[in-house]
Design a protein around this ligand. Structure first.
Ligand SMILES: Nc1ncnc2c1ncn2[C@@H]1O[C@H](COP(=O)(O)OP(=O)(O)OP(=O)(O)O)[C@@H](O)[C@H]1O
Length: 337
Protein backbone atom coordinates (compact mmCIF):
# COMPACT_ATOMS: atom_id res chain seq x y z
CA UNK A 1 0.00 0.00 0.00
CA UNK A 2 1.61 3.21 -1.11
CA UNK A 3 2.05 6.08 1.30
CA UNK A 4 0.24 8.94 -0.34
CA UNK A 5 0.37 11.70 2.22
CA UNK A 6 1.90 11.92 5.62
CA UNK A 7 1.99 15.67 5.81
CA UNK A 8 0.43 17.78 8.53
CA UNK A 9 -1.16 20.32 6.20
CA UNK A 10 -4.63 19.92 4.66
CA UNK A 11 -4.59 18.41 1.22
CA UNK A 12 -7.53 19.91 -0.65
CA UNK A 13 -7.64 16.98 -3.06
CA UNK A 14 -7.39 14.44 -0.30
CA UNK A 15 -9.90 12.00 -1.60
CA UNK A 16 -7.84 11.49 -4.70
CA UNK A 17 -7.09 8.22 -2.97
CA UNK A 18 -9.89 7.15 -5.18
CA UNK A 19 -8.37 8.80 -8.23
CA UNK A 20 -5.53 6.52 -9.15
CA UNK A 21 -7.29 3.35 -10.06
CA UNK A 22 -9.08 4.02 -13.32
CA UNK A 23 -8.35 0.36 -13.76
CA UNK A 24 -10.84 -0.37 -10.97
CA UNK A 25 -13.51 -0.41 -13.61
CA UNK A 26 -12.36 -3.71 -14.97
CA UNK A 27 -11.72 -5.14 -11.46
CA UNK A 28 -14.94 -4.18 -9.73
CA UNK A 29 -16.63 -7.40 -10.70
CA UNK A 30 -14.18 -9.19 -8.43
CA UNK A 31 -15.11 -7.24 -5.30
CA UNK A 32 -18.81 -7.98 -5.01
CA UNK A 33 -19.64 -8.35 -1.34
CA UNK A 34 -22.84 -10.34 -1.48
CA UNK A 35 -21.21 -13.72 -2.07
CA UNK A 36 -23.22 -15.99 0.28
CA UNK A 37 -20.44 -18.55 0.75
CA UNK A 38 -18.04 -15.84 1.93
CA UNK A 39 -18.15 -16.18 5.71
CA UNK A 40 -15.34 -13.77 6.56
CA UNK A 41 -16.32 -11.25 9.26
CA UNK A 42 -17.92 -8.22 7.63
CA UNK A 43 -16.20 -5.71 9.87
CA UNK A 44 -13.65 -2.99 9.76
CA UNK A 45 -11.00 -4.13 12.20
CA UNK A 46 -8.02 -2.29 13.69
CA UNK A 47 -5.59 -4.75 15.15
CA UNK A 48 -2.68 -3.43 17.27
CA UNK A 49 -2.14 -0.41 15.05
CA UNK A 50 0.86 1.83 15.77
CA UNK A 51 1.64 5.08 14.00
CA UNK A 52 4.46 7.33 15.16
CA UNK A 53 5.29 10.82 13.99
CA UNK A 54 8.88 11.23 15.19
CA UNK A 55 8.76 10.68 18.93
CA UNK A 56 4.98 11.11 19.11
CA UNK A 57 2.83 7.98 19.19
CA UNK A 58 -0.37 9.02 17.41
CA UNK A 59 -1.69 5.44 17.46
CA UNK A 60 -0.34 3.21 20.17
CA UNK A 61 -1.64 -0.33 19.74
CA UNK A 62 -5.08 0.72 18.59
CA UNK A 63 -7.54 -2.20 18.41
CA UNK A 64 -11.26 -1.95 17.69
CA UNK A 65 -13.90 -2.83 15.13
CA UNK A 66 -16.88 -1.26 13.40
CA UNK A 67 -19.77 -3.47 12.34
CA UNK A 68 -22.17 -3.37 9.40
CA UNK A 69 -25.62 -1.93 9.78
CA UNK A 70 -24.53 0.03 12.83
CA UNK A 71 -23.39 3.52 13.62
CA UNK A 72 -20.10 3.58 15.51
CA UNK A 73 -19.14 6.83 17.23
CA UNK A 74 -15.39 7.39 17.26
CA UNK A 75 -14.61 9.60 20.23
CA UNK A 76 -11.59 11.06 21.95
CA UNK A 77 -10.11 14.35 23.07
CA UNK A 78 -8.29 16.62 20.61
CA UNK A 79 -5.15 14.92 19.35
CA UNK A 80 -6.26 11.46 20.52
CA UNK A 81 -5.58 9.89 17.11
CA UNK A 82 -9.02 9.71 15.45
CA UNK A 83 -8.08 11.37 12.16
CA UNK A 84 -4.85 9.38 12.00
CA UNK A 85 -6.83 6.14 12.41
CA UNK A 86 -9.32 7.16 9.73
CA UNK A 87 -6.57 8.09 7.31
CA UNK A 88 -5.05 4.65 7.91
CA UNK A 89 -8.22 3.03 6.52
CA UNK A 90 -7.58 4.81 3.23
CA UNK A 91 -3.86 4.12 2.99
CA UNK A 92 -3.09 7.79 3.43
CA UNK A 93 -0.28 7.01 5.83
CA UNK A 94 2.12 4.15 6.36
CA UNK A 95 1.56 2.24 9.61
CA UNK A 96 4.53 1.33 11.81
CA UNK A 97 2.88 -1.83 13.18
CA UNK A 98 -0.45 -3.60 13.15
CA UNK A 99 -3.13 -4.12 10.55
CA UNK A 100 -6.36 -2.58 9.40
CA UNK A 101 -8.60 -5.20 7.81
CA UNK A 102 -11.94 -5.30 6.03
CA UNK A 103 -13.87 -8.56 5.95
CA UNK A 104 -10.90 -10.26 7.56
CA UNK A 105 -8.26 -9.27 4.97
CA UNK A 106 -5.85 -6.37 4.71
CA UNK A 107 -7.51 -3.51 2.83
CA UNK A 108 -6.60 -3.20 -0.84
CA UNK A 109 -7.46 -0.50 -3.37
CA UNK A 110 -10.34 -2.55 -4.78
CA UNK A 111 -11.95 -2.46 -1.29
CA UNK A 112 -11.50 1.29 -1.16
CA UNK A 113 -13.47 1.66 -4.38
CA UNK A 114 -16.43 0.61 -2.19
CA UNK A 115 -15.52 2.87 0.75
CA UNK A 116 -16.68 6.45 1.28
CA UNK A 117 -14.60 9.01 3.15
CA UNK A 118 -15.47 12.47 4.40
CA UNK A 119 -12.08 13.85 5.40
CA UNK A 120 -11.60 16.52 8.04
CA UNK A 121 -9.99 18.74 5.38
CA UNK A 122 -13.19 18.67 3.30
CA UNK A 123 -11.44 18.18 -0.02
CA UNK A 124 -13.86 19.44 -2.65
CA UNK A 125 -12.86 21.51 -5.68
CA UNK A 126 -14.32 24.88 -4.66
CA UNK A 127 -14.79 26.24 -8.19
CA UNK A 128 -16.26 23.13 -9.75
CA UNK A 129 -20.03 22.81 -10.11
CA UNK A 130 -21.75 20.52 -7.62
CA UNK A 131 -23.21 17.85 -9.87
CA UNK A 132 -20.31 17.88 -12.32
CA UNK A 133 -17.90 17.35 -9.43
CA UNK A 134 -19.88 14.54 -7.87
CA UNK A 135 -20.20 12.67 -11.15
CA UNK A 136 -16.48 13.15 -11.74
CA UNK A 137 -15.61 11.76 -8.31
CA UNK A 138 -17.93 8.80 -8.76
CA UNK A 139 -16.32 8.01 -12.11
CA UNK A 140 -12.90 8.04 -10.45
CA UNK A 141 -14.18 5.12 -8.36
CA UNK A 142 -14.67 3.12 -11.53
CA UNK A 143 -18.39 3.76 -11.93
CA UNK A 144 -19.94 4.43 -15.32
CA UNK A 145 -21.19 7.93 -16.02
CA UNK A 146 -24.84 6.82 -16.17
CA UNK A 147 -24.57 4.80 -12.93
CA UNK A 148 -22.98 7.64 -11.05
CA UNK A 149 -25.38 10.24 -12.52
CA UNK A 150 -28.33 8.20 -11.28
CA UNK A 151 -26.92 7.92 -7.74
CA UNK A 152 -25.86 11.59 -7.70
CA UNK A 153 -29.29 12.86 -8.78
CA UNK A 154 -30.97 10.64 -6.23
CA UNK A 155 -28.84 11.96 -3.40
CA UNK A 156 -28.99 15.59 -4.53
CA UNK A 157 -32.77 15.28 -4.38
CA UNK A 158 -32.71 13.38 -1.10
CA UNK A 159 -30.45 15.97 0.56
CA UNK A 160 -32.58 18.85 -0.70
CA UNK A 161 -29.85 20.45 -2.82
CA UNK A 162 -31.00 19.41 -6.30
CA UNK A 163 -31.72 23.04 -7.19
CA UNK A 164 -28.08 23.91 -6.41
CA UNK A 165 -26.70 21.17 -8.67
CA UNK A 166 -25.34 23.68 -11.19
CA UNK A 167 -23.87 26.03 -8.55
CA UNK A 168 -20.16 26.18 -7.81
CA UNK A 169 -19.26 24.58 -4.48
CA UNK A 170 -17.82 27.84 -3.13
CA UNK A 171 -21.18 29.54 -3.75
CA UNK A 172 -22.92 27.24 -1.25
CA UNK A 173 -23.48 27.82 2.45
CA UNK A 174 -21.29 25.88 4.90
CA UNK A 175 -24.12 23.45 5.65
CA UNK A 176 -24.75 22.76 1.97
CA UNK A 177 -21.01 22.34 1.30
CA UNK A 178 -21.03 19.78 4.09
CA UNK A 179 -23.95 17.99 2.42
CA UNK A 180 -22.07 17.91 -0.88
CA UNK A 181 -19.01 16.63 0.94
CA UNK A 182 -21.09 13.80 2.38
CA UNK A 183 -22.53 13.13 -1.05
CA UNK A 184 -19.01 12.87 -2.45
CA UNK A 185 -18.53 9.99 -0.01
CA UNK A 186 -21.77 8.35 -1.18
CA UNK A 187 -21.56 8.48 -4.98
CA UNK A 188 -19.94 5.06 -5.18
CA UNK A 189 -22.68 3.50 -2.94
CA UNK A 190 -20.14 2.51 -0.29
CA UNK A 191 -20.21 -0.52 2.00
CA UNK A 192 -18.12 1.40 4.54
CA UNK A 193 -18.52 5.07 5.35
CA UNK A 194 -15.85 6.86 7.38
CA UNK A 195 -16.71 10.43 8.35
CA UNK A 196 -14.39 12.83 10.16
CA UNK A 197 -16.57 15.13 12.27
CA UNK A 198 -19.53 15.22 9.85
CA UNK A 199 -21.61 17.29 12.28
CA UNK A 200 -19.04 20.04 12.88
CA UNK A 201 -20.47 23.47 12.18
CA UNK A 202 -23.98 22.32 11.24
CA UNK A 203 -27.09 24.07 12.55
CA UNK A 204 -29.60 21.94 14.50
CA UNK A 205 -31.79 21.33 11.44
CA UNK A 206 -28.88 20.31 9.24
CA UNK A 207 -27.64 18.11 12.10
CA UNK A 208 -31.00 16.39 12.30
CA UNK A 209 -31.06 15.65 8.59
CA UNK A 210 -27.45 14.42 8.60
CA UNK A 211 -28.26 12.18 11.58
CA UNK A 212 -31.35 10.79 9.85
CA UNK A 213 -29.36 10.09 6.73
CA UNK A 214 -26.65 8.19 8.59
CA UNK A 215 -29.31 6.10 10.33
CA UNK A 216 -30.90 5.29 6.97
CA UNK A 217 -27.56 4.28 5.49
CA UNK A 218 -26.78 2.05 8.46
CA UNK A 219 -30.24 0.49 8.14
CA UNK A 220 -29.33 -0.62 4.62
CA UNK A 221 -26.29 -2.48 6.00
CA UNK A 222 -23.58 0.14 5.54
CA UNK A 223 -20.84 0.20 8.18
CA UNK A 224 -20.67 3.79 9.46
CA UNK A 225 -17.77 5.06 11.57
CA UNK A 226 -17.76 8.74 12.40
CA UNK A 227 -15.84 10.97 14.77
CA UNK A 228 -17.47 13.64 16.85
CA UNK A 229 -17.02 15.72 19.98
CA UNK A 230 -20.81 16.00 20.40
CA UNK A 231 -21.38 13.30 22.97
CA UNK A 232 -25.13 13.85 23.37
CA UNK A 233 -25.61 13.40 19.66
CA UNK A 234 -23.47 10.27 19.58
CA UNK A 235 -25.41 8.90 22.54
CA UNK A 236 -28.70 9.40 20.70
CA UNK A 237 -27.45 8.07 17.39
CA UNK A 238 -24.89 5.32 17.84
CA UNK A 239 -25.27 1.68 18.82
CA UNK A 240 -21.50 1.32 19.29
CA UNK A 241 -18.77 3.64 20.54
CA UNK A 242 -15.00 3.58 20.49
CA UNK A 243 -13.21 5.98 22.84
CA UNK A 244 -9.57 6.61 22.08
CA UNK A 245 -7.06 8.53 24.17
CA UNK A 246 -3.36 9.05 23.44
CA UNK A 247 -3.66 6.60 20.53
CA UNK A 248 -5.10 3.78 22.66
CA UNK A 249 -8.66 2.52 22.84
CA UNK A 250 -9.82 3.06 26.41
CA UNK A 251 -13.43 1.95 26.02
CA UNK A 252 -15.25 0.23 23.15
CA UNK A 253 -18.40 -1.74 22.57
CA UNK A 254 -22.15 -1.52 22.48
CA UNK A 255 -23.14 1.68 24.20
CA UNK A 256 -26.09 0.32 26.17
CA UNK A 257 -24.03 -2.64 27.40
CA UNK A 258 -21.17 -0.34 28.45
CA UNK A 259 -23.59 1.88 30.35
CA UNK A 260 -25.34 -1.04 32.03
CA UNK A 261 -22.03 -2.64 33.05
CA UNK A 262 -20.90 0.33 35.13
CA UNK A 263 -21.40 -0.07 38.89
CA UNK A 264 -22.61 3.52 39.26
CA UNK A 265 -26.06 4.91 38.72
CA UNK A 266 -26.92 8.58 38.32
CA UNK A 267 -29.96 10.12 40.00
CA UNK A 268 -31.19 13.53 38.81
CA UNK A 269 -33.79 15.22 40.99
CA UNK A 270 -35.61 18.50 40.39
CA UNK A 271 -37.51 19.85 43.34
CA UNK A 272 -39.00 22.95 44.97
CA UNK A 273 -38.25 24.20 48.47
CA UNK A 274 -35.20 23.64 50.69
CA UNK A 275 -32.75 20.91 49.70
CA UNK A 276 -33.26 17.59 51.51
CA UNK A 277 -30.22 15.96 53.18
CA UNK A 278 -29.35 13.50 50.41
CA UNK A 279 -25.70 13.37 51.39
CA UNK A 280 -26.73 11.73 54.68
CA UNK A 281 -28.12 8.70 52.83
CA UNK A 282 -25.48 5.90 52.86
CA UNK A 283 -23.52 5.35 49.61
CA UNK A 284 -24.78 8.53 47.99
CA UNK A 285 -22.38 11.08 46.51
CA UNK A 286 -23.52 14.55 45.51
CA UNK A 287 -22.04 15.32 42.08
CA UNK A 288 -23.72 18.68 41.43
CA UNK A 289 -26.18 20.72 43.39
CA UNK A 290 -27.91 23.95 42.42
CA UNK A 291 -31.01 25.63 43.70
CA UNK A 292 -33.86 23.25 42.81
CA UNK A 293 -31.80 20.45 41.27
CA UNK A 294 -29.27 17.88 42.33
CA UNK A 295 -27.28 15.16 40.57
CA UNK A 296 -26.28 12.21 42.72
CA UNK A 297 -24.09 9.20 42.13
CA UNK A 298 -25.15 5.99 43.81
CA UNK A 299 -24.02 2.41 43.50
CA UNK A 300 -26.08 -0.04 41.45
CA UNK A 301 -26.82 -1.77 44.77
CA UNK A 302 -27.76 1.32 46.78
CA UNK A 303 -31.11 1.05 48.57
CA UNK A 304 -33.21 3.45 46.52
CA UNK A 305 -36.03 3.46 49.08
CA UNK A 306 -33.81 5.40 51.51
CA UNK A 307 -33.06 7.96 48.81
CA UNK A 308 -36.71 8.33 47.88
CA UNK A 309 -37.59 8.69 51.54
CA UNK A 310 -35.01 11.49 51.96
CA UNK A 311 -36.38 13.16 48.81
CA UNK A 312 -39.90 13.39 50.24
CA UNK A 313 -38.55 16.09 52.58
CA UNK A 314 -38.62 18.45 49.57
CA UNK A 315 -41.66 20.70 49.21
CA UNK A 316 -42.41 19.22 45.79
CA UNK A 317 -40.45 16.85 43.54
CA UNK A 318 -40.89 17.77 39.87
CA UNK A 319 -38.75 14.99 38.41
CA UNK A 320 -36.70 12.02 39.61
CA UNK A 321 -34.64 9.98 37.16
CA UNK A 322 -32.40 7.01 37.88
CA UNK A 323 -30.18 5.76 35.08
CA UNK A 324 -26.77 4.38 34.24
CA UNK A 325 -24.05 6.95 33.54
CA UNK A 326 -24.41 8.86 30.28
CA UNK A 327 -21.90 8.59 27.45
CA UNK A 328 -20.47 11.88 28.69
CA UNK A 329 -19.94 10.32 32.14
CA UNK A 330 -18.30 7.25 30.55
CA UNK A 331 -16.08 9.47 28.41
CA UNK A 332 -14.95 11.55 31.37
CA UNK A 333 -14.21 8.43 33.39
CA UNK A 334 -12.28 6.75 30.58
CA UNK A 335 -10.11 9.59 29.34
CA UNK A 336 -6.97 10.73 31.16
CA UNK A 337 -7.21 14.34 32.30
N1 LIG B 1 1.37 14.38 9.76
C1 LIG B 1 1.61 14.54 11.06
N2 LIG B 1 2.84 14.89 11.49
C2 LIG B 1 3.10 15.01 12.82
N3 LIG B 1 2.18 14.83 13.79
C3 LIG B 1 0.94 14.50 13.41
C4 LIG B 1 0.58 14.35 12.04
N4 LIG B 1 -0.72 14.01 11.97
C5 LIG B 1 -1.16 13.96 13.25
N5 LIG B 1 -0.17 14.26 14.10
C6 LIG B 1 -0.26 14.27 15.57
O1 LIG B 1 -0.82 13.03 15.96
C7 LIG B 1 -1.71 13.20 17.06
C8 LIG B 1 -3.06 12.67 16.71
O2 LIG B 1 -3.65 13.58 15.77
P1 LIG B 1 -5.09 13.34 15.13
O3 LIG B 1 -5.32 14.43 14.16
O4 LIG B 1 -5.19 11.97 14.67
O5 LIG B 1 -6.02 13.52 16.41
P2 LIG B 1 -7.62 13.68 16.49
O6 LIG B 1 -8.09 12.73 17.53
O7 LIG B 1 -8.22 13.54 15.14
O8 LIG B 1 -7.77 15.16 17.01
P3 LIG B 1 -8.96 16.25 16.83
O9 LIG B 1 -10.12 15.79 17.67
O10 LIG B 1 -8.35 17.51 17.38
O11 LIG B 1 -9.28 16.34 15.37
C9 LIG B 1 -1.68 14.70 17.37
O12 LIG B 1 -0.75 14.92 18.42
C10 LIG B 1 -1.20 15.32 16.08
O13 LIG B 1 -0.56 16.54 16.30
Amino acid sequence: MAEQSDGDGGDPLLFLWIAVPAFFAQNLGQVKRSCPEDRRPVVLQFDGVHKRFGSLSALDGCTFEARPGRLTGFLGPNGAGKTTAMRAVFGLLQLDEGLVTWRGSPIVEADRARFGYMPEERGLYPRMRVREQLVYLGELCGRTSSEVSRVTDLWLERLGIAERAAARVDELSHGNQQRVQLLAALVNEPDLLVLDEPFAGLDPIAMGSMAGLLQELAATGVTVLFSSHQLDLVEDLCQDVVIIDHGRVVLAGELEALRAATPQRIVDIHYRGPAPAWASVPHVRVLESTLGSVRLEVSRDTEIAALVSATTAAEEVTSFTYQPPTLSDLFTGAVRT
